[in-house]
Write a protein that binds this ligand. Sequence first.
Ligand SMILES: NC(=O)c1ccc[n+]([C@@H]2O[C@H](COP(=O)([O-])OP(=O)(O)OC[C@H]3O[C@@H](n4cnc5c(N)ncnc54)[C@H](OP(=O)(O)O)[C@@H]3O)[C@@H](O)[C@H]2O)c1
Length: 299
Amino acid sequence: MRAVAINQYGGPDVLELTDLPMPQVADGQVLIAVRAAAVNPADGKWRAGMFEQIAPVPMPHVLGYDVAGTIEAGSGFVEGTRVVAMLNTFTKGGYAEFAAVNASDVATIPDDMSFETAAALPTASLTGVQLVDKAVNAQAGDRILITGALGAVGSVAVWAALERGAHVIAGVREGRADDAKTIGALETAIIGKDWPGEPFDHIIDTVGGPGVAVLAKHLKPGGKFITAATDPIPSDGLPVQPEFFGVSPSGDDLARIVGAVSTGKLAIAIAKTLPLSAAAKAQAIVDAGGTGGKVILTP
Ligand SMILES: NC(=O)c1ccc[n+]([C@@H]2O[C@H](COP(=O)([O-])OP(=O)(O)OC[C@H]3O[C@@H](n4cnc5c(N)ncnc54)[C@H](OP(=O)(O)O)[C@@H]3O)[C@@H](O)[C@H]2O)c1
Protein backbone atom coordinates (compact mmCIF):
# COMPACT_ATOMS: atom_id res chain seq x y z
CA MET A 1 0.00 0.00 0.00
CA ARG A 2 1.02 3.62 -0.43
CA ALA A 3 1.99 5.35 2.80
CA VAL A 4 4.05 8.28 4.01
CA ALA A 5 6.71 7.17 6.48
CA ILE A 6 9.73 8.54 8.28
CA ASN A 7 13.02 6.62 8.34
CA GLN A 8 14.73 9.10 10.66
CA TYR A 9 13.77 12.00 12.95
CA GLY A 10 13.98 15.49 11.48
CA GLY A 11 12.15 18.27 9.64
CA PRO A 12 9.19 17.76 7.30
CA ASP A 13 11.52 16.63 4.50
CA VAL A 14 12.10 13.28 6.26
CA LEU A 15 8.51 12.32 5.31
CA GLU A 16 8.68 9.99 2.31
CA LEU A 17 5.95 8.57 0.09
CA THR A 18 6.68 4.85 -0.04
CA ASP A 19 5.26 1.35 -0.52
CA LEU A 20 4.73 -0.63 2.68
CA PRO A 21 3.15 -3.99 3.52
CA MET A 22 -0.51 -3.89 4.57
CA PRO A 23 -0.96 -3.36 8.34
CA GLN A 24 -1.35 -6.48 10.50
CA VAL A 25 -4.90 -6.75 11.82
CA ALA A 26 -4.93 -8.25 15.34
CA ASP A 27 -7.90 -9.91 17.05
CA GLY A 28 -10.52 -7.32 17.95
CA GLN A 29 -9.26 -4.94 15.27
CA VAL A 30 -10.67 -3.80 11.93
CA LEU A 31 -8.92 -2.69 8.76
CA ILE A 32 -10.00 0.71 7.42
CA ALA A 33 -9.54 1.78 3.80
CA VAL A 34 -8.48 5.37 4.54
CA ARG A 35 -10.20 8.13 2.57
CA ALA A 36 -8.95 11.05 4.71
CA ALA A 37 -6.43 11.48 7.53
CA ALA A 38 -5.81 14.50 9.76
CA VAL A 39 -2.47 16.12 10.51
CA ASN A 40 -2.20 16.95 14.22
CA PRO A 41 0.39 19.20 15.94
CA ALA A 42 1.70 16.07 17.70
CA ASP A 43 2.65 14.49 14.35
CA GLY A 44 5.42 17.03 13.84
CA LYS A 45 6.61 16.51 17.42
CA TRP A 46 6.93 12.74 16.88
CA ARG A 47 8.63 13.39 13.51
CA ALA A 48 11.14 15.77 15.10
CA GLY A 49 12.00 13.21 17.81
CA MET A 50 10.54 15.12 20.78
CA PHE A 51 9.44 11.83 22.35
CA GLU A 52 12.52 9.82 21.30
CA GLN A 53 13.78 9.32 24.87
CA ILE A 54 10.46 8.16 26.34
CA ALA A 55 8.96 6.35 23.32
CA PRO A 56 11.41 5.67 20.46
CA VAL A 57 9.57 4.61 17.28
CA PRO A 58 10.59 1.72 15.01
CA MET A 59 11.53 2.90 11.48
CA PRO A 60 10.00 3.11 8.96
CA HIS A 61 7.24 4.74 10.99
CA VAL A 62 3.89 5.94 9.65
CA LEU A 63 2.56 8.96 11.54
CA GLY A 64 -1.07 10.03 11.84
CA TYR A 65 -3.64 9.38 14.57
CA ASP A 66 -6.90 10.22 12.80
CA VAL A 67 -8.55 8.41 9.89
CA ALA A 68 -11.93 8.26 8.19
CA GLY A 69 -12.84 5.75 5.52
CA THR A 70 -14.63 2.45 5.02
CA ILE A 71 -14.37 -0.92 6.74
CA GLU A 72 -12.28 -3.25 4.58
CA ALA A 73 -12.11 -6.25 6.94
CA GLY A 74 -12.61 -7.30 10.57
CA SER A 75 -15.44 -8.40 12.78
CA GLY A 76 -18.30 -6.33 14.19
CA PHE A 77 -18.82 -4.10 11.12
CA VAL A 78 -20.24 -4.74 7.66
CA GLU A 79 -17.63 -4.28 4.91
CA GLY A 80 -17.99 -0.84 3.34
CA THR A 81 -19.40 0.83 6.48
CA ARG A 82 -18.34 4.49 6.67
CA VAL A 83 -16.31 5.05 9.84
CA VAL A 84 -13.92 7.32 11.72
CA ALA A 85 -11.32 6.34 14.31
CA MET A 86 -8.43 7.48 16.43
CA LEU A 87 -5.49 5.07 16.06
CA ASN A 88 -3.17 3.88 18.82
CA THR A 89 -1.03 6.88 19.83
CA PHE A 90 2.21 4.85 19.79
CA THR A 91 1.79 2.69 16.68
CA LYS A 92 -0.21 5.32 14.69
CA GLY A 93 -0.35 4.63 10.90
CA GLY A 94 -2.86 7.17 9.58
CA TYR A 95 -0.85 8.54 6.62
CA ALA A 96 -1.56 5.46 4.53
CA GLU A 97 -4.11 3.80 2.26
CA PHE A 98 -5.05 1.31 5.01
CA ALA A 99 -4.95 1.42 8.82
CA ALA A 100 -5.67 -1.16 11.54
CA VAL A 101 -7.50 -0.07 14.68
CA ASN A 102 -9.31 -1.59 17.67
CA ALA A 103 -12.97 -2.07 16.76
CA SER A 104 -13.92 -0.45 20.10
CA ASP A 105 -12.20 2.79 19.00
CA VAL A 106 -14.29 3.13 15.81
CA ALA A 107 -17.48 5.18 15.32
CA THR A 108 -19.75 5.07 12.29
CA ILE A 109 -20.42 8.28 10.34
CA PRO A 110 -23.58 9.28 8.51
CA ASP A 111 -23.75 9.26 4.70
CA ASP A 112 -23.93 13.06 4.56
CA MET A 113 -20.72 13.59 6.58
CA SER A 114 -17.65 13.89 4.34
CA PHE A 115 -14.59 11.78 5.10
CA GLU A 116 -12.58 15.03 5.43
CA THR A 117 -14.96 16.39 8.10
CA ALA A 118 -14.88 13.08 9.96
CA ALA A 119 -11.07 12.82 9.84
CA ALA A 120 -10.80 16.29 11.37
CA LEU A 121 -12.49 15.04 14.54
CA PRO A 122 -10.84 12.24 16.50
CA THR A 123 -7.73 13.45 18.35
CA ALA A 124 -8.69 17.08 18.78
CA SER A 125 -12.32 16.44 19.72
CA LEU A 126 -11.63 13.48 21.97
CA THR A 127 -9.02 15.53 23.80
CA GLY A 128 -11.41 18.47 24.20
CA VAL A 129 -14.22 16.28 25.53
CA GLN A 130 -12.02 14.17 27.80
CA LEU A 131 -10.31 17.24 29.30
CA VAL A 132 -13.73 18.50 30.40
CA ASP A 133 -15.44 15.24 31.33
CA LYS A 134 -12.60 13.11 32.69
CA ALA A 135 -9.66 15.34 33.65
CA VAL A 136 -11.64 18.21 35.23
CA ASN A 137 -15.11 16.65 35.62
CA ALA A 138 -16.64 20.10 35.07
CA GLN A 139 -19.80 20.91 36.98
CA ALA A 140 -22.55 23.42 36.23
CA GLY A 141 -21.48 26.90 37.28
CA ASP A 142 -17.74 26.10 37.46
CA ARG A 143 -15.65 29.02 36.22
CA ILE A 144 -13.28 27.31 33.76
CA LEU A 145 -10.48 29.04 31.87
CA ILE A 146 -9.87 27.22 28.57
CA THR A 147 -6.70 28.40 26.82
CA GLY A 148 -6.29 28.07 23.06
CA ALA A 149 -10.08 28.29 23.00
CA LEU A 150 -10.19 29.01 19.26
CA GLY A 151 -8.01 26.01 18.40
CA ALA A 152 -9.12 22.49 17.49
CA VAL A 153 -8.86 21.02 21.02
CA GLY A 154 -9.84 24.22 22.85
CA SER A 155 -12.97 24.92 20.82
CA VAL A 156 -14.30 21.42 21.50
CA ALA A 157 -13.43 21.79 25.20
CA VAL A 158 -15.46 25.04 25.21
CA TRP A 159 -18.43 23.19 23.68
CA ALA A 160 -18.15 20.29 26.13
CA ALA A 161 -17.85 22.64 29.12
CA LEU A 162 -20.88 24.67 27.99
CA GLU A 163 -22.83 21.38 27.60
CA ARG A 164 -22.15 20.80 31.30
CA GLY A 165 -23.36 24.28 32.21
CA ALA A 166 -19.91 25.63 33.08
CA HIS A 167 -19.03 29.34 32.94
CA VAL A 168 -16.35 29.40 30.24
CA ILE A 169 -13.59 31.99 30.09
CA ALA A 170 -11.78 31.70 26.75
CA GLY A 171 -8.01 32.21 26.84
CA VAL A 172 -6.92 33.61 23.47
CA ARG A 173 -4.34 35.82 21.77
CA GLU A 174 -4.65 39.60 21.98
CA GLY A 175 -7.05 40.75 19.24
CA ARG A 176 -9.10 37.51 19.21
CA ALA A 177 -11.55 38.38 22.03
CA ASP A 178 -14.46 39.01 19.65
CA ASP A 179 -13.89 35.65 17.95
CA ALA A 180 -14.11 33.93 21.34
CA LYS A 181 -17.64 35.28 21.84
CA THR A 182 -18.78 33.47 18.67
CA ILE A 183 -18.05 30.08 20.29
CA GLY A 184 -20.13 30.84 23.38
CA ALA A 185 -17.48 31.86 25.92
CA LEU A 186 -18.86 34.26 28.52
CA GLU A 187 -15.59 36.07 29.22
CA THR A 188 -12.23 36.34 27.50
CA ALA A 189 -8.75 36.31 29.00
CA ILE A 190 -5.65 37.29 27.04
CA ILE A 191 -2.82 34.77 27.33
CA GLY A 192 0.23 36.49 28.81
CA LYS A 193 -1.77 39.37 30.33
CA ASP A 194 -2.87 39.64 33.93
CA TRP A 195 -6.49 38.68 34.63
CA PRO A 196 -8.62 41.37 36.28
CA GLY A 197 -11.76 39.23 36.82
CA GLU A 198 -13.03 36.68 39.35
CA PRO A 199 -10.67 33.71 39.96
CA PHE A 200 -10.98 30.44 38.03
CA ASP A 201 -12.28 27.21 39.59
CA HIS A 202 -10.29 25.17 37.06
CA ILE A 203 -7.95 25.67 34.10
CA ILE A 204 -7.87 23.58 30.92
CA ASP A 205 -4.74 24.51 28.99
CA THR A 206 -3.98 23.69 25.35
CA VAL A 207 -1.20 26.27 24.84
CA GLY A 208 1.45 25.89 27.57
CA GLY A 209 4.37 28.26 28.16
CA PRO A 210 4.85 31.32 30.38
CA GLY A 211 1.75 33.19 29.11
CA VAL A 212 -0.49 30.57 30.69
CA ALA A 213 1.37 30.88 34.01
CA VAL A 214 0.42 34.59 34.12
CA LEU A 215 -3.27 33.62 34.09
CA ALA A 216 -2.82 30.56 36.34
CA LYS A 217 -1.94 32.85 39.26
CA HIS A 218 -5.70 33.42 39.44
CA LEU A 219 -6.67 29.75 39.92
CA LYS A 220 -8.47 29.05 43.19
CA PRO A 221 -6.45 26.84 45.59
CA GLY A 222 -7.77 23.28 45.22
CA GLY A 223 -8.82 23.88 41.61
CA LYS A 224 -7.60 21.63 38.82
CA PHE A 225 -4.92 22.87 36.41
CA ILE A 226 -4.81 20.43 33.52
CA THR A 227 -2.61 20.87 30.46
CA ALA A 228 -2.57 18.95 27.18
CA ALA A 229 0.28 21.07 25.79
CA THR A 230 3.96 20.14 25.65
CA ASP A 231 5.43 23.64 26.17
CA PRO A 232 6.57 23.73 29.83
CA ILE A 233 4.65 26.09 32.11
CA PRO A 234 6.87 27.84 34.67
CA SER A 235 5.07 26.87 37.86
CA ASP A 236 6.97 28.83 40.54
CA GLY A 237 4.54 30.60 42.84
CA LEU A 238 1.41 29.16 41.26
CA PRO A 239 -1.41 28.10 43.61
CA VAL A 240 -1.69 24.71 41.85
CA GLN A 241 0.87 22.78 39.75
CA PRO A 242 -0.13 21.91 36.15
CA GLU A 243 -0.92 18.26 35.51
CA PHE A 244 -0.47 16.73 32.02
CA PHE A 245 -3.42 14.93 30.42
CA GLY A 246 -3.11 12.50 27.50
CA VAL A 247 -6.03 11.62 25.22
CA SER A 248 -7.23 8.01 24.80
CA PRO A 249 -9.05 6.59 21.78
CA SER A 250 -12.74 5.85 22.49
CA GLY A 251 -15.41 4.79 20.01
CA ASP A 252 -18.15 5.84 22.45
CA ASP A 253 -16.78 9.38 22.94
CA LEU A 254 -16.25 9.64 19.18
CA ALA A 255 -19.84 8.58 18.47
CA ARG A 256 -21.05 11.41 20.73
CA ILE A 257 -18.84 13.89 18.84
CA VAL A 258 -20.01 12.63 15.43
CA GLY A 259 -23.60 13.05 16.65
CA ALA A 260 -22.96 16.63 17.76
CA VAL A 261 -21.31 17.53 14.45
CA SER A 262 -24.02 15.90 12.34
CA THR A 263 -26.74 17.80 14.21
CA GLY A 264 -24.92 21.11 13.81
CA LYS A 265 -24.12 21.59 17.52
CA LEU A 266 -20.36 21.34 17.03
CA ALA A 267 -18.06 22.21 14.14
CA ILE A 268 -14.35 21.81 13.52
CA ALA A 269 -12.93 24.03 10.81
CA ILE A 270 -10.85 22.55 8.00
CA ALA A 271 -8.12 24.89 6.78
CA LYS A 272 -6.72 22.82 3.91
CA THR A 273 -7.03 19.45 2.20
CA LEU A 274 -3.95 18.09 0.43
CA PRO A 275 -3.03 14.80 -1.25
CA LEU A 276 -1.14 12.23 0.84
CA SER A 277 1.93 12.86 -1.31
CA ALA A 278 2.01 16.43 0.09
CA ALA A 279 2.35 15.26 3.72
CA ALA A 280 5.62 17.19 4.17
CA LYS A 281 3.94 20.43 3.09
CA ALA A 282 0.95 19.65 5.31
CA GLN A 283 3.14 19.11 8.37
CA ALA A 284 5.14 22.27 7.68
CA ILE A 285 1.85 24.20 7.67
CA VAL A 286 0.73 22.65 10.96
CA ASP A 287 4.21 23.08 12.54
CA ALA A 288 4.03 26.81 11.74
CA GLY A 289 0.70 27.18 13.64
CA GLY A 290 -2.02 29.73 13.03
CA THR A 291 -3.80 27.45 10.53
CA GLY A 292 -7.30 28.35 11.76
CA GLY A 293 -8.45 24.77 11.15
CA LYS A 294 -7.38 21.19 10.55
CA VAL A 295 -5.14 20.14 7.69
CA ILE A 296 -6.37 16.95 6.00
CA LEU A 297 -4.57 14.45 3.76
CA THR A 298 -6.36 12.31 1.17
CA PRO A 299 -4.65 9.14 -0.09
N1 LIG B 1 -2.08 15.74 25.48
C1 LIG B 1 -2.82 15.28 24.48
O1 LIG B 1 -3.36 14.16 24.52
C2 LIG B 1 -3.05 16.17 23.30
C3 LIG B 1 -4.01 15.85 22.34
C4 LIG B 1 -4.23 16.74 21.29
C5 LIG B 1 -3.48 17.90 21.19
N2 LIG B 1 -2.53 18.15 22.13
C6 LIG B 1 -1.73 19.37 22.09
O2 LIG B 1 -2.60 20.46 22.37
C7 LIG B 1 -2.11 21.63 21.71
C8 LIG B 1 -3.23 22.27 20.89
O3 LIG B 1 -3.60 21.38 19.85
P1 LIG B 1 -4.67 21.83 18.76
O4 LIG B 1 -4.85 20.69 17.86
O5 LIG B 1 -5.85 22.45 19.42
O6 LIG B 1 -3.85 22.99 18.01
P2 LIG B 1 -4.45 24.24 17.21
O7 LIG B 1 -5.68 23.86 16.50
O8 LIG B 1 -3.29 24.81 16.47
O9 LIG B 1 -4.89 25.25 18.36
C9 LIG B 1 -3.98 25.90 19.19
C10 LIG B 1 -4.63 27.22 19.61
O10 LIG B 1 -3.81 27.85 20.59
C11 LIG B 1 -3.50 29.17 20.13
N3 LIG B 1 -2.18 29.55 20.58
C12 LIG B 1 -1.01 28.93 20.32
N4 LIG B 1 0.00 29.55 20.93
C13 LIG B 1 -0.53 30.62 21.58
C14 LIG B 1 0.00 31.64 22.40
N5 LIG B 1 1.30 31.71 22.68
N6 LIG B 1 -0.86 32.55 22.91
C15 LIG B 1 -2.17 32.49 22.64
N7 LIG B 1 -2.74 31.53 21.87
C16 LIG B 1 -1.93 30.61 21.35
C17 LIG B 1 -3.56 29.09 18.63
O11 LIG B 1 -3.74 30.37 18.08
P3 LIG B 1 -3.15 30.68 16.62
O12 LIG B 1 -3.93 29.80 15.68
O13 LIG B 1 -3.40 32.13 16.47
O14 LIG B 1 -1.70 30.28 16.67
C18 LIG B 1 -4.78 28.18 18.44
O15 LIG B 1 -5.99 28.89 18.57
C19 LIG B 1 -0.90 21.17 20.87
O16 LIG B 1 0.27 21.40 21.62
C20 LIG B 1 -1.14 19.67 20.74
O17 LIG B 1 0.06 18.94 20.50
C21 LIG B 1 -2.29 17.32 23.17
